[in-house]
Design a protein around this ligand. Structure first.
Ligand SMILES: [Cu+2]
Length: 131
């Protein structure tokens, strides 16, 4: 028991030493670290891509985990919204790229839609499951 924890500590120290020597041998450590942060969102996060246009969302079905932050990047054409009433999500989609970030607060099956008049009726809607 005691021996195991000493070995564990030694392994941790070795890892930490390796970490710091790597850091010292690369003068650009700090800039690469910030790039790493930008490229990978929080470990718990969920990232998706969607296409929004006149008059559709692709995909039309999505499953998310409750309580985990979500980032959806839209490849967008036209002026739209990504709206989920039950989750309090109402994000404008403008320009060729738009990003929606939110955390689904409750489980269930919800509708996402575009609230620009007439768009939902013409097909800008989909089904979102939160589990
Ligand atoms: Cu729309």
């Amino acid at each position: 028991m005691k021996k195991a924890s000493v070995i564990g500590l030694a392994a941790m120290l070795a890892a930490a030493t390796g970490y710091f020597s790597l850091r010292d041998s690369y003068g650009f450590y700090d800039s690469s670290a910030s790039q790493g942060t930008a490229a990978s969102s929080p470990p718990a996060g969920q990232e998706f891509r969607m296409v929004s246009g006149n008059f559709f969302f692709k995909p039309q079905k999505m499953t998310l985990a409750r309580g985990k932050s979500v980032k959806i990047t839209f490849q967008n054409t036209g002026i739209h919204t990504f709206t989920v009433d039950e989750l309090g999500v109402d994000i404008p989609l403008r320009g060729s790229t738009a990003v929606a970030e939110f955390t689904p607060s409750k489980a269930g099956t919800f509708v996402y839609y575009c609230k620009i008049p007439g768009h939902r009726e013409r097909g800008m809607t989909g089904s979102l499951s939160v589990e």
